[in-house]
Design a binder for this molecule. Structure first.
Ligand SMILES: Nc1ncnc2c1ncn2[C@@H]1O[C@H](COP(=O)(O)OP(=O)(O)OP(=O)(O)O)[C@@H](O)[C@H]1O
Length: 818
C-alpha cells in the first residue's frame, strides 16, 4: 500500500469541503493508487519526473511527487490541493530533491516568477501582505467551490492527461519562492476618524552600514557551500541592505530550513550553529544524490521533520489536514523544539523563550513522548491556573486523542491540572497527613474543614486589629501577602522566635526588631482569625500539600512533572512541585518566560532543591505572531530591566526570541480626543474584521479579543460597543467562546492567542492604573511597575495576525509613543 508524506503547507486556502475531499482522495490513494477516478498522472514538460496531479474533484487537483522506493512501499509526497490550473502549474514547475549541500529534502521552484526577481543593488523590501487566512474547518475563509458547482476552468482540458514525456533538460536558475498567500497589500491606516500616531518605537532594526550579511561577516560561499542556498538566492541575500528587509524576505521561502537559516543569519550566529539549528550535522555524511533511495533516506533526518511527515494512519491524516496553519504545531516541530521533546535529562531542565516561541508546544509533545515511551509513567502537566490547564488538556487531546489521561495524582498516564488543583488533590488523597502538616506549618494540627480563600484576603482586618503598633509605612496588605508567601510559609515559621531568627533575603523592606515584632503580631492575628473562621489560603494549602507529600517517603506521586508558565509560580508552589517528583532523570521540565511575569516575584530554584545549571536552553523563533506585532510587543518591554531567574543577570531583549518568519500589517495605534471617539474607533475596527465583504471574508468572531486591564473597563466597553450595534461576550472562567468577539482581562489572556487583538483604554491616565500601584510599598514599586509592563507585553503578544491599540488623550508611557 502506498505511503503518504505530508508537506507543511503555507497559507493554503481551502475550506472544509475541500479538506474533506482531499482527505477522501488521500485515503483512496493509500489504499490503492490505481483506483479509477484518482487519475494520478505525470505532467507534460514537468521539471520533475516524479511530479503528478491527482483528481480531488472536478475543480480541485492534488499536487504529488511519486517516489518508487525500491526498498519498500511506493511513497507519495503530498504538496497540497489547488484549483485545477494552479495545480498543473505547480506540478510542472516544482521539483522535489535532496539539497546537494545540506542533504535535506526540499521542494523548489524552477521558474523565476516576477515576484521573486533577483534583487538589484537598489533592492527594496517586499510590500507587507495580509497574513494567511485561517484554514480551520468551518472557518469562513477559503474560496473553494462546493460539489456540483461549475468549474472555473475547463476540467476536461487535457493538460494533466498522461503524457509519457521526460522532464526538460533545461532548468531555470532556482530562486526564492514567492509568497504562497498571494494577497494584495493592505493599508495599515485606521478606518475611522482617529489619527494614527507614529509607529511606536521600533525594536531591533539598525541603520544599514553596507549589505547586512556582509557586515555580519558572512560570505556568499558560506551561504552556498555550507548552508545550501543556490547561487541566485545567495546573491540576492548578500545584497540585502538591512536586517528588517532580510527578515521580510523569510516569508517568501517555501522550505523551513531556508527560513530558519535566514533567521540564524540575521542573528549573526556561526554557520555551524545555524546548521545545528536546522537539524543538519555540521560534519559527517549527508544524503547526496537524487535517486529514489537517497531521497527516501533524506526524509529520516531530524532537519526534514519540520517540513515533511510520514502519515501513519487515517486519524493522523485527518489531524494534519484539518490542522491547517493553526494545527501545524501538532506535526511539524522545529528541529530545536524536537530536541527538547526527545532529549533525556539527568535532572530538572528549564526552557525559556519569548511569548509565542512554542514552549507550550514542546511541553505537550514531550508529555506525549514520555507517555508513549512508558505507558506506566505517571506524568503531571501543570500550569498556573485551572483555566490554562483546561486549555492544555484540550490541546493535548488534539495532539493525540489516544493518549492515556490520568484522573488523579499517582495514576499512570498524563494528569493535566492547575497547580492549586494539585495541592487540593494531595489534601483529598492524604486528609489525615494534611491536617497533621498544620503542626509543621502553624504549630498545631488542623481541625476545622477550612474553606479556601485568596492569598490576599484577611490582611486588612489583621492590620486594622494591630492598629498603631504597626508603623504607617507597613500598613500595606501587599507587603504582608508577600512576606507571608516569601518568608513565613516557605520557612515553616510558626512562632515569633522563629520569625526573629529567619533571614529575609530578597525582601525589599528592611525590618528592625521593633518592626519585626509588629509585623509578626499582624501575621499571628491573621492566622488566629483564619483558624477561628476555618479559612485556608491557596498558598497555605500548597505549603501543607508539600509537607504532606514530603512526609510520605518512598514513591512520590509523579515520575515526570512538566510545568508551563513557571515564571509566576511562588515559593510554596515550587516546594509542592519538588515534593511531587523525586530528584532524578527527567523529573522536572520547566517552561517559563521572565518577561511575562505578571503575578509572582523572581525566585531562585536552587533554594527548593531544583538545579538547572547547565540544563537551561532558550527558544528564539516566534511562531505565533508577525514580525510587526512582535516588534510592537517588544517595544513595550524595552525600558524595563529583567533578570534571568537562574543567573540573576540582566536579560537582553535580543535573547528573548524576537524573530518571526511571518509578516503582516503594522499594528494600528488609534488616538482619540474623547472616550466616545475611542469607542467609535474600536467599533470601526471590529466592523472591518466582521464584514463578510472583506477581502478574505469575515474574521471568525470569537478569534477576535479585546483585552482590558479590569473587569469594570470590560463591562463599560461591552455596553459602549452594544450601543454601536456590536455584540461582544465577556469571558467567564470555564465558559466557551461564542460567536462574538470576546472581552477578557489582560490577566485572563495569559497563555492564549487570538487572530485579532484590540488593546483599548491605553491612555496615560489609565495604564498602568493608579490603583495597581497605590497599595505598594516604595521598595516594591519598581517591581510592580515591571509587572504592569509585562502585562502589556503579554496582552500585545496574544495577536497572531493583527493588533489595534487605542487610547484617549495622551498614550500610556509604556507604549513608548511620544
Ligand atoms: N513548530 C511549529 N510549527 C507551527 N506553529 C507552531 C510551532 N510551534 C509553535 N507554533 C505555534 O506558535 C504559537 C505559540 O506557541 P506556544 O503557545 O507553544 O508558545 P509559548 O512560547 O508557550 O507562548 P506564550 O509564552 O505566549 O504562552 C501557537 O499558535 C502554535 O501553534
Amino acid at each position: 500500500m502506498p505511503q503518504i508524506i505530508m508537506t507543511k503547507l503555507k497559507g493554503q486556502k481551502t475550506d472544509g469541503k475541500v479538506l474533506q475531499k482531499s482527505m477522501a482522495f488521500l485515503q483512496k490513494l493509500t489504499a490503492d493508487d490505481t483506483t479509477s477516478g484518482l487519475n494520478i498522472e505525470p505532467m507534460r514538460k514537468a521539471n520533475d519526473p516524479r511530479a503528478r496531479t491527482g483528481r480531488v474533484d472536478q475543480f480541485w487537483r492534488a499536487v504529488l511527487f511519486r517516489i518508487d522506493n525500491p526498498n519498500g512501499e511506493r511513497i507519495y509526497v503530498y504538496d497540497g490541493t489547488y484549483p485545477h490550473d494552479e495545480a498543473i502549474e505547480r506540478a510542472r514547475t516544482r521539483v522535489l530533491r535532496v539539497n546537494p549541500v545540506n542533504g535535506l529534502p526540499e521542494i523548489i521552484e524552477r521558474t523565476m516568477p516576477a515576484a521573486a526577481a533577483p534583487p538589484s543593488s537598489n533592492w527594496t523590501a517586499p510590500e507587507t501582505t495580509e497574513p494567511g487566512q485561517e484554514t480551520q474547518p468551518g472557518s469562513a475563509a477559503g474560496a473553494g467551490l462546493g460539489e456540483g458547482e461549475a468549474p472555473a476552468s475547463d476540467a476536461g482540458a487535457a493538460s494533466d492527461e498522461p503524457l509519457p514525456t521526460s522532464p526538460t533538460g533545461t532548468v531555470e536558475p532556482e530562486t526564492v519562492l514567492p509568497s504562497t498567500t498571494g494577497e494584495p497589500p493592505v493599508s495599515t491606516q485606521p478606518t475611522s476618524e482617529p489619527t494614527p500616531s507614529d509607529e511606536p518605537k521600533a525594536y531591533a532594526d539598525t541603520a544599514p552600514a553596507g549589505p547586512f550579511l556582509a557586515v555580519k561577516g558572512y560570505t556568499r560561499n558560506d551561504l552556498t557551500d555550507r548552508l545550501g542556498f543556490d547561487e541566485h538566492t545567495a546573491t540576492a541575500l548578500m545584497a540585502i541592505p538591512t536586517e528588517a528587509q532580510l527578515l521580510d524576505l523569510t516569508e517568501r521561502f517555501g522550505n523551513e530550513w531556508q527560513i530558519s537559516a535566514v533567521l540564524g543569519l540575521a542573528d549573526g550566529i556561526g554557520i555551524g550553529e545555524i546548521l545545528d539549528s536546522i537539524g543538519v550535522r555540521s560534519s559527517g555524511a549527508r544524503p547526496t544524490g537524487d535517486d529514489d533511495v537517497t531521497l527516501v533516506k533524506s526524509f529520516e533526518q531530524a532537519g526534514a521533520k519540520s517540513q515533511f511527515t510520514l502519515i501513519e494512519d487515517n486519524d493522523e491524516l485527518r489531524r494534519v489536514l484539518e490542522g491547517g496553519d493553526f494545527g501545524a504545531w501538532r506535526v511539524f516541530l522545529h528541529p530545536e523544539q524536537r530536541r527538547y521533546v526527545d532529549a533525556d535529562y539527568s535532572g530538572a531542565f528549564r526552557l525559556t523563550g519569548g511569548a509565542g516561541t512554542g514552549k507550550t508546544v514542546v511541553l505537550l509533545h514531550r508529555a506525549r513522548r514520555l507517555a508513549k515511551a512508558d505507558p506506566e509513567a505517571r506524568i503531571i502537566l501543570t500550569t498556573f491556573t485551572k483555566a490554562l490547564a483546561a486549555d492544555l488538556q484540550r490541546n493535548l487531546e488534539r495532539l493525540d486523542p489516544s493518549l492515556p489521561l490520568a484522573a488523579a495524582p499517582g495514576e499512570p498516564g498524563i494528569l493535566v491540572r492547575g497547580i492549586d488543583q494539585l495541592a487540593a488533590a494531595a489534601r483529598v488523597q492524604h486528609r489525615a497527613a494534611f491536617d497533621r502538616a498544620g503542626e509543621t506549618l502553624f504549630g498545631s494540627t488542623l481541625t476545622a474543614r477550612n474553606a479556601v480563600k485568596g492569598n490576599g484576603s484577611g490582611w486588612d482586618t489583621a492590620i486594622a486589629d494591630v492598629g498603631d503598633a504597626l508603623p504607617a509605612s507597613l500598613r500595606n496588605e501587599s507587603f504582608f501577602e508577600s512576606e507571608y508567601l516569601q518568608v513565613v510559609l516557605p520557612n515553616h515559621i510558626s512562632s515569633r522566635e522563629d520569625y526573629f531568627a529567619t533571614r529575609r533575603p530578597g525582601r525589599g523592606v528592611a525590618l528592625d526588631r521593633r518592626k519585626r515584632a509588629a509585623v509578626w503580631e499582624v501575621i499571628d492575628r491573621y492566622r488566629q482569625t483564619a483558624r477561628h473562621d476555618g479559612r485556608l489560603s491557596y498558598a497555605e494549602i500548597a505549603a501543607l500539600a508539600a509537607i504532606t507529600l514530603d512526609g510520605q517517603g518512598g514513591r512520590r506521586l509523579a515520575d515526570h512533572v512538566l510545568v508551563d508558565e513557571a515564571q509566576d509560580f511562588h515559593a510554596l508552589q515550587w516546594q509542592l512541585l519538588r515534593a511531587l517528583a523525586p530528584d532524578g532523570a527527567n523529573d522536572l521540565f520547566i517552561a517559563e518566560d521572565a518577561h511575562q511575569r505578571i503575578y509572582g516575584q523572581r525566585v531562585s530554584l536552587k533554594q527548593f532543591g531544583i538545579r538547572v545549571q547547565g540544563r537551561a536552553r532558550r527558544l528564539r523563533l516566534n511562531y505565533r505572531t508577525t514580525q510587526q506585532n512582535l516588534r510592537f510587543a517588544l517595544g513595550v518591554l524595552d525600558g524595563g530591566t529583567y533578570l534571568d531567574d537562574d543567573t540573576a543577570e540582566q536579560q537582553e531583549l535580543d535573547e528573548v526570541g524576537y524573530r518571526s518568519a511571518r509578516r503582516g500589517p503594522v499594528p494600528r495605534t488609534l488616538a482619540s480626543a474623547t472616550t466616545a471617539g475611542e469607542y467609535d474607533s474600536i467599533a470601526s475596527a471590529l466592523r472591518g474584521w466582521l464584514d463578510p465583504e472583506r477581502d478574505g471574508g469575515a474574521v471568525v468572531p470569537e478569534t477576535i479579543a479585546l483585552l482590558v486591564r479590569s473587569r469594570v473597563v470590560g463591562q463599560k466597553l461591552r455596553r459602549a460597543l452594544e450601543d454601536r450595534g456590536i455584540g461582544t461576550h465577556i469571558a467567564q472562567p470555564g465558559t466557551d467562546r461564542t460567536g462574538q468577539p470576546v472581552i477578557l482581562t489582560m490577566h485572563q489572556s495569559k497563555g492564549l492567542e487570538f487572530s485579532r487583538v484590540v488593546l483599548p483604554n491605553l491612555s496615560a491616565s489609565e495604564f498602568p492604573p493608579s490603583w495597581a500601584l497605590r497599595d505598594v510599598t516604595p521598595e516594591d514599586l519598581e517591581e510592580a511597575r515591571l509587572r504592569e509592563r509585562s502585562l502589556l507585553y503579554v496582552a500585545a503578544s496574544r495577536a497572531r495576525d493583527e493588533l489595534v491599540v487605542t487610547w484617549t488623550g495622551t498614550p500610556s508611557e509604556l507604549l513608548g509613543i511620544s
